[in-house]
Design a protein around this ligand. Structure first.
Ligand code: GRF
Length: 217
């Protein structure tokens, strides 16, 4: 657990990651931690799917990992309670959603208020909310003809993609982009840059939320 010593120094925070896929954002966070300057460790990784490559990334670093599948539970609430219990048993301070394909409700979110963050591959409030995931986000951006898109790191509330915004970074859209090329550029230029930065700000206790707005301390 993090302790405020009164001297602006904190114990290392423990991160729990929720994943479903490739885990490139998890990788970017782990790499940034390795480079130094982020007072955090990834302590546990939970996947909603068997075989997610993100699990291999955790295993290769000796990070505790497991699969907790929604369909093994009778209700969404039971699933969320199991996830919450897993992280609580491990004293997790910050939960990072890194390509997690399950929408979390109040059962989970209320137990980790202001301690769950997510990355969305667009500039919220554009191209977000239910149905806007993966390539669909970039298809929608291209269809709208926007010239700039990007990524957003935000705190997670029970309303999909609507929690307080922590960081955003813009990325140019090119005339010849496909959803795939745009997705890649958004990842490289925005997601992998701002997600580790947001983790660092959280770990350094630099984020403050007032009236739904994040301010830096
Ligand atoms: C990323 O585009 C992220 O913005 C979104 O899901 C994708 C996950 O990719 N939430 P990865 O698993 O981190 O590679």
């Amino acid at each position: 657990m993090r302790l405020n010593t009164g001297q602006e120094t904190f114990d290392m925070i423990k991160i729990g990651a929720l994943v479903s896929g490739g885990g490139t954002n998890l990788q970017a966070i782990m790499d940034a931690i390795d480079k130094g300057g982020i007072n955090a460790e990834v302590a546990a990784v939970v996947s909603s799917k068997e075989g997610a490559y993100a699990l291999e990334r955790a295993k290769s670093r000796g990070i505790e990992n497991t699969v907790i599948r929604k369909k093994n539970f009778k209700t969404a609430e039971e699933y969320e309670l199991a996830l919450a219990e897993y992280f609580k048993e491990r004293d997790i301070d910050l939960i990072v959603l890194a390509g997690f394909m399950v929408i979390l409700g109040t059962t989970f979110v209320n137990q980790f208020e202001n301690r769950i963050i997510n990355i969305h591959p667009a500039l919220i409030p554009s191209f977000c909310g239910e149905g806007f995931y993966g390539l669909h986000v970039h298809e929608a951006a291209l269809k709208a003809g926007v010239k700039v898109t990007g990524a957003t790191v935000h705190f997670v509330t029970a309303e999909c993609d609507a929690g307080p915004i922590i960081l955003q970074k813009a990325v140019d859209v090119m005339d010849n982009d496909t959803p795939e090329t745009l997705q890649r550029r958004v990842m490289e230029q925005a997601e992998w840059v701002i997600y580790p930065k947001a983790v660092r700000l959280f770990a350094d206790n630099k984020l403050e939320i007032a009236d739904g707005i994040v301010k830096r301390r």
